[in-house]
Design a protein around this ligand. Sequence first.
Ligand code: NAD
Length: 481
Amino acid sequence: MSHDAQPDASLYIAGRFAEGEGEALPVHYPYDGAVIATLRAATPKQVAQAMAAAQAAQPAWAALRPVERGRVLIRAAQIIRDRAEELARLETLDTGKPIQETRVADWPSGAEALEYFGGLAPTVTGQAIPLGGDFVYTIREALGVCAGIGAWNYPSQIACWKAAPALAMGNAMVFKPSEETPLGALKLAEILTEAGLPPGIFNVVQGGGAVGAALATDPRVAKVSLTGSVATGQKVYAAAAEGMRHVTMELGGKSPLIVFDDASLEDAVGAAVLANFYSSGQVCSNGTRVFVQEGILPAFLERLAKRLAAVRIGDPLDEATQHGPIISPAQLCKVRAAIERGQSEGARLVCGGPGEGTFVPPTVFAGVTDDMWIAREEIFGPVMSVLGFATEAEAVARANATPYGLAAGVFTRDLARGHRVAAALQAGTTWINAYNLTPVEAPFGGVKLSGIGRENSAAAIEHYSQLKSVYVGMGGVDAPY
Ligand code: NAD
């Protein structure tokens, strides 16, 4: 089967494809590096066109009944489900993630976000505040034009997670996917148009950091929502501050997973696997610091190595493949350098290693100490650090000794301890006896350097709207002079 994934054109502005007039952006299938499409970036003039289209279209969209906006999103969710196989294949080509993952995780999660926020839109109401005669009522209104900037690991899910609440609340969006994975957002734009979205409400521009920076500083933008690294987040947050723009920052992490000796060993090992190796380890919320209580540490490592020995690595389009390639040569270099660093720091390689070609196998280091680089920095690849601990207080203190705070997990059969530890962990998203499940019904996001704002759940509505209060005078006006 051909791997050609060339879209009709590179950009989507005002309800139509438009060819970019900026630099060429070849799109590679990460498995073999083959060029599957060549796109072109947007020029500043084309970014301005997308902004103008969004600004012009937004007021009429916001003036619709919420149930009408919701209906469009729910229709889009249905179209995504109808085309599930085609979309999963495209996502696999764009990202290199196994088709067995993209079929169940990526677009399906995007469809759920559209369905959820489509249904939620008509339920958003204001408050009436009685003042003994006079009264105040509040209106939760759209912000205007929102900019969305995506990372490459879940490109279509990220586009949906940002577009769904933004559009549900009556905003328009200009979205820039990662230059590594530009294809899914164009599909979303097409699908939304087919579902009845008016032209200009969801636009896609392509390009790298410069195009992202242009979005974050455009005077027409009321809000910037970024999914990316902490370093980019700091730049985008600072740029947005100049215009007092709202932000949502979904950034990186170095999340802890704490396994107590009373936990179900098999479940804890399974969770550690899911917390580190899904999507070749390229997941922001991964629990890359696995703290295991000393009594069960040898059994944990033995079981982990045995299960990982069975993992099937290969062509992501092959249905049997469980572990795909790393997204790009640049990221491969970073991950391999991290593995070398772990070895030179004296950590013990339990399994895996630098790998060959475009692959890095699931890699586990034991004997890791808190001060090692591999225990402190986000690697964003399939590299797990296992650290021993003795007491609950020690585990919590060490888990929290990081500037990041995206996610955390705890495995124990002692329910009181589970809740106590979850409460003590400094993370925006925390799991007890589970890991990396992010249902649309639950808020998702980080604390500390891992970000600000929440995606998913009713909480996301607040991040894509603002509150207006209207004071209603019911009597005369008593002026003092
Ligand atoms: P990145 O920060 O390099 O790029 C993210 C996006 O920002 C890209 O679209 C890029 O073009 C754009 N960008 C780069 N410089 C910019 C600038 N100065 N102004 C505006 N935009 C700019 O991140 P990445 O390598 O694509 O993704 C990996 C990172 O994303 C990891 O750190 C990972 O943890 C994080 N991530 C976080 C979440 C989350 O929900 N918290 C989800 C996925 C990925």
